[in-house]
Design a binder for this molecule. Structure first.
Ligand code: HEC
Ligand SMILES: [Cu+2]
Length: 434
């Protein structure tokens, strides 16, 4: 009886451990698994890495010593040896030793840590300042050096890749799933870049692990950070918003493209244009190679990433749609053109709240389907999109989208998502209302 129970238990245990094992290793095989931090590409990130390793090894040594002594004592003085325990209860000498040694260890760790902290906080003598603003759910970048470049950076992974919960109809996700944007922050290597970080709604945080920077973006408050990417480490670096900021917190990645300072000057002189992949548009043929190369060296240890599947032409068309067109806003578009463009803009800028089918989220984000504004007087519709609704999550898109984009998304909302008002607007109508 006892025996059979026991064997059942051990059977269960072995099943459990086998499945745990399988779980662990299937996870390892799937994920691009790596240990430790990303490879540091700035001096501060290298310092942080060094500090991390130093403290790690101090911990390892303490661990081995403490457990070594413990296990040795347990084993040496075990009951079967009839060891007679000593009965002393106080030892000033031991107490002094176990106070002084940890104290010395802590001071020994605090000195280099403080040096790095002081270095991290020193934002003086910067070559370039960028203002970074967190929004629900995108990042705004503004160059403060008089170049007058500013833009918003939005997730470019298509919602069709994100919203697939059915394993059977699942399509492949892209290589940089949820870590890709329509426009990257462009910075030069070998230059001290200072960032002023704030937010427009709730608290976000700007985080690029390879740079060793992470700072909260707080509404009404400006935080500072700086980084100086080593020359020779040009490439694409990716990070995330690191402060839970609501429903789409996971969908506001950060992409930074580091270019040489010559390329940066060229980009600024060209007015800060972007190519279809959201990187600096330079008329320098070597640029694409550079991007491809460094992406590999950041991520690739050994294995070649799978050739990009005829990659989301949808994502690219979205990006094209989102980059405001430089054309004059008096161009007339057909209703079909407006609807096609509007659908793309809606699927990038508006779905997070109003949902792909226009139903919104009851009690939080209103439906567009049957909405009094989206089916009523068009002036009110234009107004809420241009100016937003202060005090709510509905942002003023007049600052973020071009006249044509706004005309398209309004036309789309009025004639799709279950609405069929039948009217349309042109960019010129929007310009007139600004
Ligand atoms: C971050 C969430 C969010 C995003 C993104 C968003 N909206 Fe809204 N939207 C809201 C909220 C909240 C309201 C309700 C505001 C209020 O209280 O009147 C709203 C209201 C509206 C309304 C009025 C609906 C009604 O009947 O009251 C329209 C039209 C609208 N949004 C269009 C858009 C368009 C177009 C976009 C994309 C360019 C967009 N919204 C993106 C949150 C959002
Ligand atoms: Cu955020």
């Amino acid at each position: 009886m006892l025996f059979s129970q026991h064997s059942k238990l051990s059977e269960r245990l072995s099943v459990l451990s086998a499945s745990l094992f399988a779980l662990l290793f299937s996870g390892l095989a799937q994920a691009d698994y790596r240990l430790n931090f990303q490879d540091p590409v700035t001096g501060v990130a290298r310092d942080i890495y060094g500090l991390h390793m130093l403290i790690f090894w101090i911990c390892v040594v303490i661990f081995v010593l403490v457990f070594g002594v413990m296990f040795y004592s347990i084993f040496k003085h075990r009951k079967s040896k009839n060891y007679e325990a000593s009965q002393f209860s106080h030892s000033t000498a031991v107490e002094v030793i176990w106070t002084i040694i940890p104290f010395l260890i802590l001071v020994g760790m605090a000195i280099p840590a403080t040096q790095v902290l002081i270095k991290m906080e020193d934002t003086t003598k910067s070559d370039l300042t960028v203002k970074i603003t967190g929004y629900q759910w995108k990042w705004g970048y503004e160059y403060m050096d008089g170049s007058d470049i500013s833009f918003y950076s939005t997730l470019s992974t298509p919602r069709t890749q994100i919203d697939q919960f059915n394993a059977e109809t699942k399509t492949d996700i892209g290589e940089h799933y949820l870590l890709e944007t329509d426009k990257a922050l462009i910075v030069p290597s070998g230059k001290k870049v200072r960032a002023l970080i704030t937010a427009n709604d709730v608290i976000h945080a700007w985080w690029i692990p390879a740079f060793g920077v992470k700072k909260d973006a707080i509404p009404g408050y400006i935080n500072e950070l700086w980084f100086n990417v080593d020359e020779g480490k040009e490439g694409i670096y990716r990070g995330n918003c690191a402060e839970l900021c609501g429903k789409d917190h996971a969908y506001m990645p950060i992409v930074v493209q580091v270019v040489t300072s010559d390329q940066y000057d060229q980009w600024v002189a060209g007015g800060g244009q972007f190519n279809a992949k959201g990187f600096a548009s330079l008329d320098d043929a070597s640029q694409l190679e550079m991007v491809a190369e460094t992406e590999e060296s950041i991520e690739g240890e050994g294995e070649q990433p799978p050739a990009e599947p005829a990659k989301s032409s949808f994502a690219e068309s979205v990006i094209e749609a989102v980059v405001p067109s430089a054309e004059a806003s008096d161009a007339q578009l057909s209703v079909d053109q407006l609807m096609a463009k509007g659908e793309k803009i809606y699927s990038v800028q508006c779905v997070a709240c109003h949902q792909a089918n226009g139903a919104g989220i009851p009690g939080v984000f209103p439906a567009i389907t049957g909405s009094a504004i989206a089916t009523g007087n068009i002036d009110a519709h234009i107004d809420i999109i241009l100016n937003g609704k202060p005090g709510t999550a509905m942002a003023a898109y007049g600052r973020q989208l071009s006249d044509e984009d706004i005309a398209a998304v309004i036309t789309y909302q009025r004639n799709a998502l279950g609405n069929s008002v039948g009217d349309s607007v042109q960019a010129a109508d929007i310009a007139a209302k600004r």
